[in-house]
Design a protein around this ligand. Structure first.
Ligand code: NAP
Ligand code: MG
Length: 498
């Protein structure tokens, strides 16, 4: 997909600073500001508020005060306002894409997909809410019964840095459609697009319906999950922090949605057309710089084609263009931060130490003018199931390859990790494909086209990859609660019960 009009990175004007967005406006944070930096160059782009307990308190109060009004809006009103949000996102997308590109270090061309998905979330939930309240009403003895859906109240949301607008839209759209108000904590490493988006929201939504508090997870994030006056928690990020969010929800007895990590298997059967399969596998482990929870990060190749497949996989890896994020022809750019870059390179050391073989890559690459950034080669590692490199999420452009012979064995290996977010299968044999798909423990299974992400389809994880499903009609249930009202036509006659 081509961009409509690409905006030059030099033309992007940031605000000097972005305080928390509370009750319809940006306010001064209680604890000062943090630098927001360009992931690839290290240049300071702007400053974001270092949100803390006081800011969260104000934000939750604003969301609470806005709840009676927002929860009583008609579905037609919500439909119109959510579509309006989609419209402004669409109209401002080229600028926001460039902002996310600078902030995250990911390649610009990928943000076409991010914004397509984000805009769609608002349109999808705007439409879906219209038919959501079909309501169950039935006659009972001497009366009738109604089951109705009501919003939960104030939703606390925490998102990661890899795909900021997809994440924000995927949580905001269903929550708002169902009549909730929100406090959102974006990731400190990449939240400038979200803060810019808040300025657009200010013109559309009533004050306090959406509040956004940037800052560190251990400060703003922790204050949000611990806040006693929050009625739902939803989190996307690592398993470690996911457990904290789950515990906090348990303390409050409020519902929780968790979208956590992944270590997705991609299984290649021997009947495939090898060149096409190599292309699909390469896309599967390099998209989004490898910083994707659904990365096809464990490749299983049948022994009959293993040698030829691996040779071609290495040749293809050599051709992946590493370059500046803002160049639309770049396919791999800078990972989010030095910390993340070092973590990824550290995993390659772990791999070597545990006897895995790096078949290609494994190094940081310098891109002129972007020396700050961690540009990492596409990396192919031959590994066995017991190894950490096979079991743990790297969150970088790396894939393990493992040979297989028997289909039961490969399914067991594929399922032999604690995650269960996504999986891929490549074969021309429909029966094998469906049989394997049914046996894989994963929330999304892509046959013959990895990351074939379809809008409106349920998305979420099996096992430690999470709890709940986002992006689909059933998501509205996780932002609503049911109330049953029974109506008797008359009061009981005296003496009826006693
Ligand atoms: P992370 O460390 O868990 O951080 C995610 C968010 O939680 C950030 O906003 C972070 O704030 C915040 N946070 C950190 N500590 C917190 C605490 N004690 N209390 C409340 N909030 C806290 O994850 P990450 O490293 O940024 O992101 C990578 C992980 O996210 C990977 O495991 C990946 O698989 C997962 N992910 C999952 C999905 C999915 O849909 N399943 C999608 C994308 C990513 P700060 O970072 O600002 O400090
Ligand atoms: Mg940044």
């Amino acid at each position: 997909m081509e961009a409509m009009t690409q905006i030059s990175p030099n033309k992007i004007k940031f605000e000097e600073k972005y305080g928390p967005f509370i009750n319809g406006e940006m306010v001064e944070p209680a604890n000062g500001y943090i630098d927001a930096i360009n992931a690839a160059t290290g240049k300071v782009l702007s400053k974001i508020g270092r949100g803390g307990q006081e800011d969260i308190e104000r934000a939750v109060n604003a969301a609470r005060a806005a709840f009676p009004g927002w929860s009583n809006t008609s579905v037609e009103q919500r439909y119109e306002l959510l579509n309006k949000i989609a419209d402004v996102l669409e109209a401002n997308q080229e600028r926001l894409k460039m902002i996310e590109c600078l902030d995250t270090g990911r390649s610009l061309h990928e943000f076409d997909l991010d914004y397509k998905l984000a805009i769609f979330q608002f349109r999808f939930f705007a439409s879906t809410i219209l038919s959501y309240y079909e309501g169950a009403s039935r006659p009972i003895d001497n009366g009738y019964l109604i089951t109705k859906k009501e919003p939960l109240g104030v939703c606390g949301m925490i998102i990661p840095w890899n795909v900021p607008m997809i994440m924000a839209a995927g949580k905001l759209a269903p929550a708002l459609a169902a009549g909730n108000t929100v406090v959102l904590k974006p990731a400190e490493d990449a939240c400038l697009s979200i803060m810019e988006f808040s300025k657009l929201l200010a013109d559309i939504l009533p004050k306090g319906v959406v509040n956004i508090v940037p800052g560190y997870g251990t400060e703003a994030g922790q204050a949000l999950i611990d806040h006693p006056n929050v009625d739902k928690l939803t989190f996307t990020g690592s398993v470690g922090v996911g457990k904290l969010v789950g515990k906090a929800a348990g303390e409050k007895i409020v519902p929780v949605t968790l979208e956590l990590g992944g270590k997705s298997a991609h299984i290649v059967f021997p009947d495939v057309e090898i060149d096409n399969a190599v292309e699909n596998a390469t896309l599967g482990y390099t998209f989004f710089n490898g910083e994707s929870c659904v990365l096809g990060s464990r490749l299983f190749v049948h022994e009959d084609i293993y040698d030829e497949f691996i040779e071609k996989l290495i040749t293809r890896a050599r051709q992946v263009k590493i370059g500046p994020p803002t160049d639309r022809s770049t396919r791999l750019a800078s990972v989010i931060s030095e910390k993340q870059g070092k973590r990824i390179l550290g995993y390659f050391e772990i791999a070597k130490n545990e006897g895995a073989k790096i078949l290609y890559g494994g190094n940081r690459v310098t891109v002129p003018g972007h020396e700050h950034g961690y540009f990492i080669e596409p990396t192919i590692i031959e590994a066995e199931p017991h190894m950490r490199i096979f079991q743990e999420e790297i969150f970088g452009p790396a894939v393990t390859v493992t040979k297989w012979k028997d289909v039961h064995e490969v399914i067991e290996m594929a399922n032999g990790v604690e995650y269960g977010l996504a999986a891929g299968i490549m074969t021309n044999d429909l029966q094998k494909a469906m049989d394997t798909a049914n046996k894989l423990e994963a929330g999304s299974v892509w046959i013959n086209s990895y990351f074939n992400f379809q809008l409106g389809a349920p998305f979420g994880g099996y096992k430690k990859s999470g709890v709940g499903r986002e992006q689909s009609k059933e998501t509205l249930d996780s932002y609503s609660q049911s109330k049953t009202i029974t109506v008797a036509y008359n009061l009981p006659e005296p003496g009826m019960f006693l």
